[in-house]
Design a protein around this ligand. Structure first.
Ligand SMILES: Cc1cc2nc3c(=O)[nH]c(=O)nc-3n(C[C@H](O)[C@H](O)[C@H](O)COP(=O)(O)O)c2cc1C
Length: 206
């Protein structure tokens, strides 16, 4: 459990990555596997990752990301992709829970009905859910990378149209965030100051 606290307390955003560091597909897949444990509303799993780790693809993604050097230097940059209307996948996604007996038919039907009722016809809410889920997935990658002794750097500085084209995203998919991961190079900033905890938490009163 201390590993979690250590990862939270030691993660910082890196700008400088070792351009000589290469991550194998297996290593990248391991990070993706940790990230796969990220929770989503109704377990709709409305996100996916595009791992940009090859030289040509990195350069193209860099051009679509305000030429941020870390996209070219980091071993991999994950494009965190959110899916709009992901709740429509639930009948397939939660079927294994029904088949294994984890939930019964009534729970299965109720689960889907509740999700349909919540999301159907609500475009902004469906988009919010895609961003919400993608953001949680991005945080999981950052902590998993930290746990592996790697640095990470989140990015919103990119052209969403160009990134969508480069990653061939479907019309119901949006690039939520880019996330560079790799071995840090010297010169990264130390931990940045945060507000006092009293400024970020308030407590209910009965
Ligand atoms: C959603 C998000 C988008 C960000 N976009 C960029 C970016 O495009 N370029 C960049 O250099 N840093 C970016 N950052 C890094 C932030 O500046 C950094 O997280 C913040 O200053 C806090 O520093 P820390 O991550 O080291 O605690 C982004 C961070 C987040 C969470």
């Amino acid at each position: 459990m201390n590993d979690v606290f250590s990862a939270i307390n030691h993660r910082t955003s890196a700008n400088n990555f070792d351009p000589a560091h290469v991550m194998s597909v297996d290593e990248i897949t391991e990070l993706a596997q940790f990230t796969n444990q990220t929770p989503t509303s109704f377990n709709q799993q409305n996100w996916r990752l595009v791992a940009v780790h090859t030289p040509g693809a990195k350069l193209r993604l860099k051009a679509a990301a305000s030429n941020q050097p870390k996209v070219g230097d980091a071993a991999v940059t994950f494009v965190v992709v959110g899916k709009i209307g992901g709740y429509k996948d639930l009948p397939v996604l939660i079927k294994p829970m029904l088949d294994s007996g984890q939930i019964d038919q009534a729970a299965y039907d109720g689960w889907i009905k509740m999700a349909n009722g919540l999301y159907e016809g609500k475009d902004q809410f469906q988009r919010d859910e895609a961003v919400r889920s993608g953001a949680l997935a991005a945080m999981t990658i950052m902590l998993a990378a930290q746990g592996k002794g790697l640095a990470s750097g989140a990015m919103i500085g990119f052209d969403p149209v160009a990134v969508s084209a480069e990653c061939k995203l479907a019309s119901n998919e949006i690039p939520v965030m880019l996330l560079a991961v790799g071995r840090p190079a010297p010169g990264n900033w130390p931990r940045k100051v945060r507000r006092d905890v009293g400024a970020i938490v308030s407590f209910s009163a009965d």
